[in-house]
Design a binder for this molecule. Structure first.
Ligand code: ASP
Ligand code: MG
Length: 410
């Protein structure tokens, strides 16, 4: 008998019929002899609807009140699911975040979980009940309702699994797992049986939006086996786990990409200490996040400096740079907001040379010009013109034979 935490997202509980289907799945797991704790999101669209209501009253609503409002979405689904379970003869009880005491800090709308009292949940499980917990919410030490940020139910589920020492945390969603890349771009994309936490973090942060990034960080920190599955069809899904637990060890696990990129270049700045900080300082002060950074080798006492930002921040970043250009002694400021980032991700890279060469060669054969390159231990990213995104992803998918089940690395 295992203890399993199951989390169902907004589309999985989008209407009464779907809630009943979730109840069936939970009851089946229960009948197999497992203890089950279920975490649910609000019905799909509900959190957006509530946010829009608040916006109608104030462009900047009081964060404390916003949390009181947003937490109601999940309160609806826990009650309905508990009822549906009971209607199927499965004893169940619902709990809000405050009731199970998911203690968080006081940072409204982006609170962090600090502690979970597992005793009340254990007690319910001992009595044979399924415990249904509201995702995305908690309570601070003064009893204020808090929420964990969009997509936060994933984090609730993982945190509960960690606190309870669950055997697995299953995230049921509208896709049947994590793919080698977005199947809308490359129809030959393949579902991965397993992927490491580290790879998932790289893929999530690069736009493979299956899980809230923080939930993966949490799972990695507490070594919680995390499985992404479809709530609409049966299947093994994708197991996200630590490197020593992953059976297949492919060279490359996936190709992530990000369409929302823009790059800015400051040309002809003096090649002197302090220049990078004088460029990026004001960008940071304007609250603009910087991703890649490249500085050229200096020539004639000057150098060029290029970095990328989120496309939404592009106009403001350009404005900031123009404001400081003169004091920097820069020759010219230029930029491009029609670029994308494509990244190869795989822990196998660590032990195998030549991946970058193979990547650049494949892109070159298709005439795709690489505008920027950056690497980390398990990732190689290139910036290319927006129009090449699909071609680049498909080319790399083929070059690294990702449509095939991976050969075992020795
Ligand atoms: N309902 C929240 C949202 O839509 C939390 C979640 O679904 O994970 O972001
Ligand atoms: Mg979600």
């Amino acid at each position: 008998m295992a203890l399993i935490v199951q989390k169902y997202g907004g589309t999985s509980v989008g209407d009464v019929e779907r809630i009943q289907r979730v109840a069936q799945r939970v009851a089946t797991t229960r009948r197999q002899g497992h203890d089950v704790v279920v975490v649910v999101s609000a019905m799909s669209g509900e959190t957006n609807r509530l946010t829009a209501l608040a916006q109608e009253i104030s462009p900047r609503p009081d964060p404390r009140e916003l949390d009181v409002l947003l937490s109601t979405g999940e309160q609806v689904t826990i009650a309905l699911l508990a009822m549906a379970l009971q209607a199927q003869g499965q004893p169940a009880r619902s709990f809000t975040g405050a009731q199970v005491r998911i203690l968080t800090d006081a940072a409204h709308t982006k609170a962090r979980i600090q502690a979970i009292d597992q005793a009340p949940i254990r007690e319910q499980l001992t009595q044979g009940r399924v415990v249904v917990v509201a995702g995305f919410q908690g309570v601070d030490e003064n009893g204020n309702i808090t929420t964990l940020g969009r997509g936060g139910s994933d984090t609730t589920a993982v945190a509960l699994a960690a606190a309870l020492g669950a055997d697995e945390c299953q995230i049921y969603t509208d896709v049947d797992g994590v793919y080698t890349t977005d199947p809308r771009v490359e129809p030959k994309a393949r579902r991965l049986d397993s992927v490491t936490y580290e790879e998932m973090l790289e893929m999530a942060s690069l736009g493979a939006k299956v899980l809230q990034i923080r939930s993966v960080e949490f799972a990695s920190k507490y070594n919680v086996p995390l499985r992404v599955l479809s709530s609409f069809e049966d299947g093994p899904g994708t197991l996200i786990t630590s490197e020593d637990q992953v059976m297949e060890k492919p060279l490359i696990s996936g190709i992530a990409f990000n369409r929302d990129e823009a790059k800015l270049t400051v040309m002809g700045v003096p090649d002197q200490p302090g220049v990078a900080s004088r460029i990026l300082g004001p960008i940071g002060q304007a609250n603009i996040e910087v991703d890649m950074i490249i500085q050229n080798v200096g020539a004639d006492g000057t150098t060029d400096f290029t970095f990328t930002v989120h496309r939404n921040d592009y106009p403001r970043a350009l404005e900031v740079l123009r404001g400081v250009a003169e004091s920097l002694g820069a020759r010219e400021i230029s930029g491009d907001d029609r670029i994308v980032k494509v990244s190869l991700v795989g822990v196998g890279m660590r032990s195998h040379a030549g991946i970058a060469g193979r990547m650049f060669d494949a892109l070159a054969k298709e005439g795709i010009n690489i505008r920027m390159i950056s690497t980390s231990e398990i990732k190689i990213s290139v910036v290319v013109d927006e129009k090449y995104l699909e071609l680049a992803v498909r080319t790399l998918h083929e070059a690294f034979e990702l449509e095939k089940a991976p050969a075992q690395l020795t």
